[in-house]
Write a protein that binds this ligand. Structure first.
Ligand code: ZN
Length: 302
């Protein structure tokens, strides 16, 4: 009887192991302008502390080199010294749809020069706004530039509008309105989990498995405040947090769409589109009006 129980428990354990969904965490736009709740250094220290306290392994900071003033450099050093990755997000965050290939390449290379001096720098490139080139010449040109320079296209699979949630939060505080932080946290976590589960289901539908996911977040005050709550909820729902390095070993890392996207939905969205899906490549929470309405209801109780 005891043996039977032990065998059953072992089987359940193995099933859980094989079914653990995996997710890595990345923060774009660092050192992002600090506008209100925290100053830049406090934000960085709080974010590092939260990641450590919640046993989050290596995350990545996709950085913009034009923001490297004294304080910006200090922030990136804090992240690097905490064991996290610093990577390339261009010099000044241009929209590829508005630049020529040559201008874009120059912007990318300037960032490479300035950022590669940081400890824990990796040749990973995150396209601003996820825009990878709206013509074949631009798309293929940047693919070649990345390859020639030994870079990985550091795609994301899990898209959301966390930057708009930050705006709603900061604007409310600026108006002198008190925010219930518990309700704020619940709202943030719920919106993110909704979109995460949506993209995971989309991936399973089109790939037949749950890939190692890459979550897109931004280096902002709400990230520093609530990342621990998000991680706790993810684990409760059966997710395992993995190093970003590990996420980029999935089969989909080598996937290259043949399609030209003017607006790129992220890697799972691309795969879905290539498999014939035309609608809902963006989750419904990627909508400023929707988020504002939910924020008013759930956080401000209006
Ligand atoms: Zn960005």
């Amino acid at each position: 009887m005891k043996l039977k129980l032990a065998v059953s428990l072992f089987v359940i354990f193995c099933l859980n192991q094989s079914q653990a969904k995996e997710i890595a965490i990345t923060f774009d736009d660092s050192p992002r302008h600090a506008t209100g709740y925290f100053d830049g250094k406090t934000r960085a220290l709080k974010l590092i502390e939260q990641l450590k306290q919640h046993d989050v392994p290596q995350v990545a900071f996709f950085s913009v080199s034009s923001r490297l003033d004294k304080e910006g450099i200090e922030r990136l050093k804090l992240y690097a010294n905490a064991g996290h990755v610093i990577a390339n997000h261009t010099h000044n965050h241009p929209n590829f749809n508005q630049l020529t290939l040559a201008q874009y390449q120059e912007n990318f290379l300037l960032a490479d020069e300035k950022l590669s001096t940081f400890k824990n720098y990796k040749k990973w490139f995150r396209f601003p706004y996820l825009r990878e080139g709206d013509t074949q010449e631009k798309r293929d040109g940047m693919r070649k530039t990345l390859a020639d320079n030994g870079y990985l296209n550091a795609y994301i699979t899990l898209n959301n509008y966390d930057w708009h949630i930050e705006s709603l939060f900061q604007n409310t505080i600026k108006q002198g309105i008190a925010i219930d932080m518990q309700r704020m946290s619940q709202f943030y976590v719920e919106q993110l989990i909704d979109s995460i589960n949506y993209y995971d289901e989309l991936a399973i539908k089109h790939l037949g498995y749950s890939p190692k996911h890459v979550l897109l977040l931004h280096e902002m005050d709400i990230s520093a405040l609530f990342i621990g709550d998000l991680v706790t909820e993810l684990r409760k729902q059966g997710w395992k947090i993995i190093p970003v390095e590990d996420a980029y070993t999935d089969k989909i890392t080598d996937y290259q769409t043949t399609r030209i996207f003017k607006f790129n939905p992220g890697r799972v969205g691309e795969i879905a589109r290539d498999k014939g899906q035309k609608k809902n490549l963006w989750h419904h929470s990627l909508d400023e009006k929707y988020l504002e309405q939910k924020f008013n209801q759930q956080v401000l109780m209006q």
